[in-house]
Design a binder for this molecule. Sequence first.
Ligand SMILES: NC(=O)c1ccc[n+]([C@@H]2O[C@H](COP(=O)([O-])OP(=O)(O)OC[C@H]3O[C@@H](n4cnc5c(N)ncnc54)[C@H](O)[C@@H]3O)[C@@H](O)[C@H]2O)c1
Length: 326
Amino acid sequence: MKIIVTGGMGFIGSNFVRYRMNKHPEDEIINVDKITYASNPLNLDLNKSRNHKFVRVDIVDYEKMEQVAKDADCIINFAAESHVDNSISSSEEFIRSNIVGTNTLLKIVREKGIRFHHISTDEVFGSLDLNSNKKFNGNSPYNPRNPYSATKASADFLVKASINTYGVRATISNCTNNYGPYQHPEKLIPKTILNALYRKKIPIYGKGNQIRDWIHVIDHCSAISLIIDKGKIGATYLIGGSEETRNIDIVKKVTQVMNISDDIIEFVSDRPGHDVKYALETSNDLIKLGWKKTIKLEDGLRDTVKHYMENKKHYENYNKWQGEWN
Ligand SMILES: NC(=O)c1ccc[n+]([C@@H]2O[C@H](COP(=O)([O-])OP(=O)(O)OC[C@H]3O[C@@H](n4cnc5c(N)ncnc54)[C@H](O)[C@@H]3O)[C@@H](O)[C@H]2O)c1
């Protein structure tokens, strides 16, 4: 297959490119990324692979995207602005890349009859009560509560509308919080590891009681790979981690792995409108396709800490390294 991966220089996209090239070396991957601050220069290494090609294109740019997509079999859309805090400060780029970008891709796949898979989040369902045992499932209504999740929900609706209105051959997956290698240091787990390494304070919103359902990025990638090979056109698949953990506890687990005292935790003012709990039931249809989570949180965290420690020089100079792209 000739697969276009958008956002393939970011966290999940680059893990997916590595996963897919390893499992299906016969595929050709075209990695389309605009290169925002969130792209990880360590991913430049991907260019050493024979069947991987990187092109710097903004998915909003219809003419360029149409050229890139000309004989593609499939487009997988990871490209997005992904940090909730940034969406609260300013939502314009989120609307542009997450909504307008998805709409541009949908126009192209519709015109060319290309298979499309859209990557989304459990945040579109909103927040559960902290003490509830409920999980979101395929019947849960959308209820996005911050600008990021509102743009992701809008994009999901555009994909669903394109399937229904134009018969676009598309699928969607909504996944819980990912962790693993190549994530931007702005996100909770890499920030915790890197701050702990340098004995800097680890900031935690509020009292850290918010619950997230964590999944190792590789388990997410295996689900996506299965969906593009065997998924039912028109379907939405939910991918849960079954590792519901309070933010304070995830941070403590990391400091334990690193054998560092957790007295460097610092509680800071809570994020406005902070969702208190996400938990997601994996779709039965995904399990029937053969998907299984393979990495337990404790093992995945050890692995993740190792990646950031081995590449600490890179992450230490993260902003400077960004200059490499230009
Ligand atoms: N990180 C998570 O826990 C999580 C969970 C569920 C779903 N998701 C979704 O998965 C996808 C990937 O998330 P991530 O954590 O890897 O994000 P990321 O911020 O690490 O990477 C996003 C990549 O997309 C690129 N990009 C942004 N706008 C673009 C544009 N207009 N054109 C081309 N490229 C553009 C960026 O340069 C970056 O390389 C997103 O759609 C996100 O909503 C993330």
